[in-house]
Design a protein around this ligand. Structure first.
Ligand code: UDP
Ligand code: MG
Length: 332
């Protein structure tokens, strides 16, 4: 506390610099049940932060309920709330990218609408930032709010991803974190259109601190991520940050080819010594099927990467904005 007082008063007297602006960036997809709780809890928490101004950048990711109407109502009442309305549902990663790009703050904090990350943690992140870090990660010390299956699969994902990828993703760290403007601008420079944000966050680096917290249950509504969506999300993570799944087939192919050559030599010698024997049908067909299967897997993996190249090569924008809503009137 004393530390904040010193910081604000010194900046006010010596340079008269404006207080740092914190952008809370939040994607909303069908969150109408949550919005009232969200503003009721988050705004007082942000107002409590000493020596900080704030804005809340809400991205409506093509919601089909009245999320947009509620968000706009808040924006009309409160100049600190801005709403970015996307033209359709682009997915959380794209919505988060939109929110980051639209944010103007010196500090940027991605946040979920459902209050699973406790709003009081924002103050903890800011305190840690004052110690001189560029990124402060919020790590879930306790995933009790997730199901056993989700915890287990998440653990598997982190282990496999980090064993394979060059850029390690810190375990149990979601999108909730604090970053400085410099880091947010670095993220904007990454040109890929298929965005695995956790990986991109890790890729940019910077001086990073970690604080721990316990994740809560959703205040209302349901998760937007089914098991199938999460599985695809994990695949997206692997293929975004590693080419090992593709490279591994070179080694499998080499080993199989070497073994086949050894077998060929063995067969030649055996034929010379003992003559030709007719049986061998079963082993032959097994070999053909096995290799066929292995080749198909290899082709599938190649296809995964070619698909990515295909999408990236289109150079489509990550999202489209229909309209920006804020108090001084709509901005095109
Ligand atoms: N979300 C989004 N677009 C989507 C799916 C989700 O903007 O297509 C938002 C959602 O509104 C929430 C955040 O992403 O603010 C996290 O979603 P959710 O809480 O459903 O994910 P979980 O916490 O279960 O992983
Ligand atoms: Mg959630």
């Amino acid at each position: 506390m004393a530390e904040h007082a010193v910081m604000t008063s010194s900046s006010a007297t010596t340079t008269a610099a404006p207080l740092p602006l914190l952008s809370l960036v939040v994607p909303f997809y069908n969150e109408s049940e949550v919005i009232a709780h969200f503003f009721a809890q988050v705004i007082p928490e942000l107002e409590r932060l000493p020596g900080i101004r704030f804005e809340i950048v809400c991205v409506n990711d093509g919601s089909r309920d009245d999320t947009l109407r509620q968000l706009v109502a808040h924006a009309e009442r409160d100049a600190r709330v801005r709403v970015i309305d996307l033209t359709r549902n682009f997915g959380k990663e794209a919505a988060l990218s939109a929110a980051l790009n639209e944010s103007r703050g010196d500090l940027v904090v991605p946040f979920d609408a459902d209050l699973q990350d406790p709003p009081r943690m924002i103050g903890v992140l800011v305190d840690k930032w004052r110690e001189g870090y560029d990124v402060v990660l919020a790590k879930r010390s306790d995933r009790a709010s997730d199901s056993k299956l989700k915890r287990w699969t998440a653990g598997m994902f982190y282990r496999m991803h980090n064993a394979v990828a060059e850029v390690k993703i810190p375990e149990n760290v979601g999108d909730f974190r604090l970053m400085t403007r410099e880091v947010a601008d670095a993220l904007k420079q990454l040109p890929e259109t298929r965005r695995f944000m956790k990986g991109l966050f890790a890729w940019v680096g910077y001086r990073t601190a970690v604080v721990e917290y316990a994740r809560e249950q959703r205040v209302a509504g349901d998760t937007k991520f089914s098991g199938w969506k999460l599985w695809n999300f994990a695949l997206e993570g692997f293929t975004s940050f590693s080419t090992l799944p593709m490279r591994v087939w070179t080694y499998v192919g080499t080993v199989v080819a070497l073994l086949s050559m050894l077998r060929a030599v063995y067969l030649v010698i055996r034929t010379l010594l003992f003559g030709v024997d007719v049986p061998g049908y079963a082993s032959l067909s097994t070999g053909v099927f096995l290799l066929g299967g292995i080749q198909l897997i290899g082709i599938g993996v190649l296809g995964e990467y070619i698909g990515r190249i295909y999408f990236e090569s289109k150079r489509r924008p990550i999202y489209l904005i229909r309209r920006r809503h804020q108090q001084d009137g709509p901005h095109a």
